[in-house]
Ligand binder design. Structure first.
Ligand code: DC
Length: 226
């Protein structure tokens, strides 16, 4: 793994699930021609690997071992579709499931897992710059990021976005069930003792409720371009 380049500029984009972070961060990285770190995919990747190995989510020591043993690599298809490989197996679709998200959220509360993933995340800091997407990019992983953005949206709107996404994929879910899951995950991510989800003091907050993707991308780019 390459060493991080501390002179490379970082834009940290944090926020709760469903705030549009992934879509916005990817688009902003594309526009700037910068690297992109999907830190949630690392936690999800460990969650998926734990499932493959029948590891109990209530066994922190086994989960820490699993974190060290799991290789997670990002690549694009020739058509530009992002793919995630776990131990050389393409797990892109499995990574996006609610099961993987719930496992990631449980695993993300273990301090040793978080510290095991710290350097892997920092290694993405390379020239010409990095857009880092997650929960603690601006607070823990890149506290010296040049720009910090915290994206929010109402829980109802986040549930609705997720509902449309899943229904579009033919997955059968209810809006009510998704809203409950989102509220539970928010509470778990915000109340855990290590790296809880909260905006960095110097983050620019952008509420995306009722705002289209292009407009949010433009607002984030305006933060970077001043
Ligand atoms: O962004 P996401 O939904 O892919 O993240 C999945 C889970 O991983 C989320 O519930 C919290 C955790 N996570 C984290 O604790 N820190 C990060 N930087 C990214 C994700």
């Amino acid at each position: 793994m390459p060493l991080s380049d501390p002179s490379a500029p970082v834009l940290a984009i944090d926020g709760p699930s469903g705030s549009g972070k992934g879509t916005i961060s990817r688009a902003v990285a594309g526009q700037l021609g910068w690297h992109y770190l999907d830190s949630g995919a690392l936690y999800r990747g460990v969650g998926v690997a734990a499932g493959w190995n029948d590891i109990d989510l209530a066994d922190p020591a086994a989960l820490v071992r699993c974190t060290f043993d799991t290789r997670i690599a990002f690549s694009d298809t020739p058509g530009g579709e992002p793919r995630v490989l776990i131990n050389d197996v393409d797990a892109t679709d499995e990574l996006r499931t609610e099961t993987a998200g719930a496992a990631a959220s449980a695993i993300a509360a273990i301090p040793e897992v978080r510290s095991a993933l710290k350097e892997r995340q920092r290694a993405f800091r390379q020239q010409p710059g990095l857009v880092a997407d997650g929960r603690d990019m601006g607070t823990v992983i890149f506290p010296d990021a040049r720009w910090k953005v915290f994206l929010t949206a109402s829980a109802e709107e986040r549930a609705e976005r997720r509902y449309k996404q899943l229904i579009g994929k033919g997955v059968s879910v209810t809006l009510d069930g998704l809203l409950r899951e989102i509220l539970a995950r928010d509470a778990r991510d915000a109340n855990r003792p290590v790296a809880p989800l909260r905006p960095a003091d110097d983050a620019v907050r952008i509420d995306t409720t009722g705002v289209g993707i292009d407009e949010v991308v433009a607002r984030v780019l305006a933060v970077v371009r001043g």
